[in-house]
Design a protein around this ligand. Structure first.
Ligand SMILES: Nc1nc2c(c(=O)[nH]1)N[C@H]1C(S)=C(S)[C@@H](COP(=O)(O)OP(=O)(O)OC[C@H]3O[C@@H](n4cnc5c(=O)[nH]c(N)nc54)[C@H](O)[C@@H]3O)O[C@H]1N2
Ligand SMILES: Nc1nc2c(c(=O)[nH]1)N[C@H]1C(S)=C(S)[C@@H](COP(=O)(O)OP(=O)(O)OC[C@H]3O[C@@H](n4cnc5c(=O)[nH]c(N)nc54)[C@H](O)[C@@H]3O)O[C@H]1N2
Ligand code: SF4
Ligand SMILES: [Mo]
Length: 697
C-alpha cells in the first residue's frame, strides 16, 4: 500500500457544498468523512458523498470515446472522435443552418466550474440558438422573478436561516434535498436551531415530508394552489394593516398596485382551493407579519407547476411587504468570492423579456434557453430551424424531462447525436458518439454557482485526487477541444482555473480570496461571514428600483383566479414527485451502495384513495396519465394528502449499460409527465399536479 494522503474537498453532487475529508492512496479512496470544521456544512454529509469513489471506479463507466457502428458502440481515438464530431455537425449545419444543431446541458454542469467556463465557448462555436438545459425543468421561475423584480436573474434572495424566527417552506424538502436555491447543508439541524431559539418552521406540502415531520408544523395543500395561498397571505397582511417595508420602502415601487391586485385573493377563496382553513391562513399572515423576522421559501413543488412564476413573485412580495427582504432573518443576498451578478451586470441596460419565443409553440426564452418541454417538438417539426442534430452534455432528458420517451424517439430520428457523459444510458444510447467525462475526484473543485445561494458565505477550492482513466483529458478540455475543432481553431483558451483566478479578483473578496488562499485554508474552507443587507446598492433594474408588481405577473392573475384542479372522472388523482436521500436525479443509481435494499420507486397513496380504488399495500398498481402508463408497488400512507399520489424522480434506468441501476425494475416518473403542461410566464415544466388514474394490476 502506498502512503495515505488526506485532502479537504467540497462535495459537488448537490447544491449543499458539504465539506469532506478524503483519505486516499495512489490508487483508491480509503475514507470519505465529513469535515467538522467546514464553516458552512459544520460536519454534515449524506450517503451520496461516500459514493463519490464509486462514480470513478464504476465498471460501466465510459472511459474511451465511443462511436456507434452498425448499432454497436466501438472505442475510437480522441483525434478521430473530435474529427468525426466536427465533420458531422458541420454537415448538419451546412444543410439546415446553424440552428439545425441543438444542445442540452444537464444539471451536473452547474456543479463543475470547468464546464461552466468552457461551455459558452462551445455554444458560441456552434452559433445555434437552439439551447436547452435542465434549468427549465427546475428553477426558471426563480430567475424570472429576480429579472422582473430586481433586474438580474442571479440576484437571488436566500433565506437567512441562521437568524430567522419564523420560516415558511412551500414545496421544498430540504431535509432530504439539503436545500435548493438555498444551499443549506444539515438543514434538519438548522431547523432544530430555529426552534431552540423560540422560533417556528411551518411546512406546506401535499406530503408530510421528512422536513415537515422534523419541523413539527405541517399543513397539507392541494397541488398547484400555492400562489392562491401566497396571494391570500399578502391580501391578509394588507387587510390587517400589517404591511411594513422597513428600509426598502424608499426604493420600492408598486405597493398600491399590489394591494389592489390581491383584492380578489381572499383567505376564503384560498381555503376552498388549497384545503387550508381560512382562519389558519389569517393567523399565519398575522404571525408572519408580526414575527421579529420571518422568511417564506418556495421551491421545486412551487416552481415546477403551472403557476411557478406567480409563486416565486408572490413569495418575494410577501417577504418584501413584511420587511423581511434584505433584512436579517428574512430573505437576503449573498456576497460570494465569485460575483455572478456583478460579472454580468445589467445595470443601466434595458432589455425586453422574454428574450424571444420558440419556433413551434411560441414558448418563452429566458437566459438564452428555450424550455426543455419544447425540445421534442423542435426536433420533430419540419421547417427552417428544425433541430436535426443534438449534443447533450451531462444531461439525461429521456429520464428527467417531461414526456421523456417522446424525447427519446425524437433523438432516435436525428441525423446525428453526440453526448459527453459517464454512461451509456437511456439518453446517450441514442448518440452516434459518446465522449467520456471526468468525475469529481479527478477534477479541481470550486463552486461557481451555489455560493451565490448559500445561507452563509464561504469559499473553498480543491485539486484532483486521481488522474482520469486512460490518460483522458479533463472534461473542460474535451469541451474546449470540441469547440476549437468546430470553429477550425488550433488552440484552446486559458484553463478554467486561470479564468477563475481572474474572476475572483472582480468579486466581493478580491485580494483575500485566491486559489492559493483557499488551498491553504486550515479548515478546508474560508469563512466569509453571515449574509449582509446590501440590496440598495445591488439592484440591477434599469431605474435601480425594486419592482413589487411587474405587469408580467399581474397579467397572469386572471388565469390563477379561474384555476380549477384538472381532476375529472377519467383522471381523479393528482401526481407529484419526490426526492430520496440515496439518489441524485437520474445518475447516481449505478452505485451499488446507494441503490441497495428494497425498490424505492413506489407510488404513495392515502388510505382513503386506496380504499376508493381497491388497492392493498405492496400490490402493483398501474398509474396512467394522458401521456403514458407505468407500474409501481403501492405504499399506502397517511403522509400523503387525499387525492394526491407521489412518485420519486430519477428512476427508470432501462437501457444502456448500467448493471447496478437495472438490478431492480424501476420506472421513470417522466413516462407520465406531460410536456404540454408548462408555466406560461417562464416556460418551466409543470411536473406537479399531473392528473392520473390508479388501477390494481
Ligand atoms: N437526495 C437528493 N437531493 C437532491 C436531489 C436529489 O435528486 N436527491 N436533487 C437536487 C436538485 S437538482 C434540486 S433542484 C433540489 C430540489 O430540492 P427541493 O426543492 O427540496 O425538492 P424536492 O425534494 O423535490 O421537494 C419538493 C416538494 O414539493 C412538494 N410538492 C409537490 N407539488 C407541490 C405543490 O403543488 N405545492 C407544494 N407546496 N408542494 C408541492 C413535494 O411533495 C416535495 O416535498 O434537490 C437537490 N438535492
Ligand atoms: N418529474 C420530475 N422530473 C424532474 C424533476 C422532478 O422533481 N420531477 N427534477 C428536475 C430537476 S430539478 C433537475 S435539475 C433535472 C435534472 O435533469 P438532467 O440534468 O437531465 O439529469 P441528471 O440526472 O442530472 O443527468 C445527468 C447526466 O449526466 C451524466 N453525468 C453525471 N456526472 C457527469 C459529469 O461529471 N460529466 C458529464 N459529462 N456527465 C455526467 C449522467 O450519466 C447523466 O446522463 O431533472 C428534472 N426532472
Ligand atoms: S448533501 Fe449534497 S453536497 Fe452534502 S454530501 Fe450529500 S450530496 Fe454531497
Ligand atoms: Mo434541480
Amino acid at each position: 500500500m502506498s502512503d495515505l494522503k488526506t485532502q479537504f474537498r467540497t462535495c459537488n453532487i448537490c447544491e449543499a457544498m458539504c465539506g469532506l475529508i478524503v483519505t486516499y492512496d495512489d490508487t483508491e479512496v480509503h475514507s470519505i468523512k465529513p469535515n467538522p470544521k467546514d464553516p458552512l456544512s459544520r460536519g454534515h454529509i449524506c450517503p451520496k458523498a461516500i459514493a463519490l469513489q464509486d462514480f470513478r471506479t464504476d465498471p460501466d463507466r465510459v472511459t474511451t470515446p465511443l462511436k456507434k457502428v452498425d448499432g454497436e458502440f466501438v472505442p475510437i481515438s480522441w483525434d478521430e472522435a473530435y474529427a468525426f464530431a466536427a465533420h458531422r455537425l458541420a454537415a448538419v449545419q451546412q444543410a439546415h443552418g446553424k440552428d439545425g444543431v441543438g444542445i442540452y446541458l444537464g444539471n451536473p454542469n452547474a456543479h463543475k466550474f470547468g464546464n461552466l467556463l468552457t461551455l459558452p465557448g462551445l455554444v458560441k462555436a456552434l452559433g445555434t440558438s437552439n439551447r436547452y438545459s435542465s434549468a427549465t425543468a427546475d428553477q426558471i421561475p426563480h430567475h424570472v422573478a429576480s429579472i422582473h423584480m430586481l433586474g438580474h436573474p442571479m440576484l437571488m434572495p436566500v433565506p437567512d436561516v441562521a437568524r430567522t424566527d419564523l420560516m415558511l417552506i412551500l414545496g421544498g424538502n430540504p431535509v432530504v434535498s439539503n436545500g435548493s436555491m438555498m444551499t443549506a447543508p444539515g438543514f434538519g439541524k438548522r431547523m432544530d436551531e430555529i426552534k431552540a431559539r423560540g422560533g417556528r418552521v411551518v411546512v406546506i406540502d401535499p406530503r408530510r415530508t421528512e422536513t415537515a415531520a422534523r419541523a413539527g408544523e405541517h399543513l397539507f395543500i392541494q397541488p398547484e394552489t400555492d400562489a392562491l395561498l401566497l396571494l391570500a397571505l399578502i391580501h391578509e397582511v394588507f387587510a390587517q394593516g400589517l404591511e411594513d417595508l422597513g428600509a426598502l420602502a424608499d426604493i420600492t415601487d408598486g405597493v398600491e398596485v399590489l394591494k389592489d391586485a390581491v383584492q380578489p385573493f381572499t383567505a376564503d377563496k384560498a381555503a376552498a382551493m388549497t384545503g387550508i382553513e381560512a382562519q389558519t391562513i389569517r393567523d399565519l399572515a398575522r404571525d408572519f407579519a408580526s414575527a421579529k423576522s420571518a422568511v417564506c421559501y418556495a421551491r421545486m413543488g412551487a416552481s415546477t407547476q403551472s403557476f411557478g412564476s406567480l409563486c416565486q413573485w408572490a413569495n418575494n412580495a410577501l417577504n418584501i411587504i413584511t420587511g423581511n427582504f434584505d433584512s436579517p432573518g428574512g430573505a437576503m443576498f449573498t456576497t460570494p468570492a465569485l460575483d455572478n451578478v456583478g460579472m454580468n451586470s445589467r445595470k443601466g441596460k434595458r432589455r425586453s423579456y422574454p428574450e424571444r419565443r420558440s419556433r413551434v409553440s411560441q414558448q418563452p426564452l429566458y437566459n438564452g434557453e428555450f424550455p426543455v418541454s419544447v425540445m421534442a417538438e423542435e426536433m420533430e417539426t419540419p421547417g427552417e430551424g428544425q433541430i436535426k442534430a443534438m449534443i447533450t452534455v451531462a444531461g439525461n432528458p429521456v429520464l428527467t424531462a417531461p414526456n421523456g420517451q417522446r424525447i427519446g424517439r425524437a433523438f432516435e430520428a436525428l441525423d446525428f447525436m453526440m453526448s459527453i457523459d459517464l454512461h451509456i444510458n437511456d439518453t446517450t444510447r441514442h448518440a452516434d458518439l459518446i465522449l467520456p467525462a471526468t468525475v469529481a475526484l479527478e477534477e479541481e473543485v470550486y463552486d461557481m454557482v451555489f455560493h451565490s445561494f448559500a445561507v452563509h458565505n464561504t469559499a473553498a477550492f480543491a485539486k484532483p485526487v486521481f488522474a482520469p482513466p486512460n490518460g483522458n483529458p479533463q472534461e473542460w478540455e474535451v469541451i474546449s477541444r470540441l469547440a476549437a475543432k468546430i470553429s477550425g481553431s488550433s488552440s484552446i483558451g486559458p484553463s478554467p482555473t486561470k479564468i477563475l483566478e481572474m474572476l475572483l479578483q472582480q468579486g466581493f473578496h478580491s485580494g483575500t480570496i485566491t486559489v492559493e488562499t483557499m488551498l491553504n485554508a486550515p479548515s478546508g474552507a474560508i469563512d466569509l461571514g453571515p449574509l449582509v443587507s446590501n440590496l440598495a446598492d445591488r439592484l440591477e433594474t434599469p431605474d435601480a428600483r425594486l419592482h413589487l408588481a411587474p405587469e408580467v405577473f399581474l397579467a397572469d392573475l386572471p388565469r390563477l383566479l379561474d384555476f380549477q384542479p384538472p381532476v375529472c372522472d377519467d383522471f381523479p388523482l393528482l401526481m407529484i414527485g419526490r426526492r430520496q436521500v440515496r439518489s441524485h436525479n437520474s445518475w447516481t443509481q449505478n452505485s451499488p451502495r446507494l441503490v441497495k435494499g428494497r425498490n424505492r420507486c413506489t407510488v404513495q397513496l392515502n388510505p382513503a384513495d386506496a380504499a376508493r380504488f381497491g388497492l392493498a399495500e405492496a400490490q402493483d398498481v398501474e398509474i396512467e396519465s394522458a401521456v403514458g402508463a407505468a407500474r409501481f408497488p403501492v405504499e399506502i400512507t397517511e403522509e400523503i394528502a387525499p387525492g394526491v399520489v407521489s412518485i420519486p424522480q430519477g428512476w427508470g434506468q432501462r437501457k444502456g449499460k448500467l448493471s447496478a441501476a437495472t438490478r431492480v425494475q424501476t420506472v421513470s416518473i417522466n413516462d407520465l409527465t406531460d410536456d404540454r403542461r408548462i408555466d406560461p410566464i417562464s416556460g418551466n415544466a409543470a411536473f406537479n399536479g399531473i392528473p392520473v388514474r390508479a388501477r390494481a394490476v
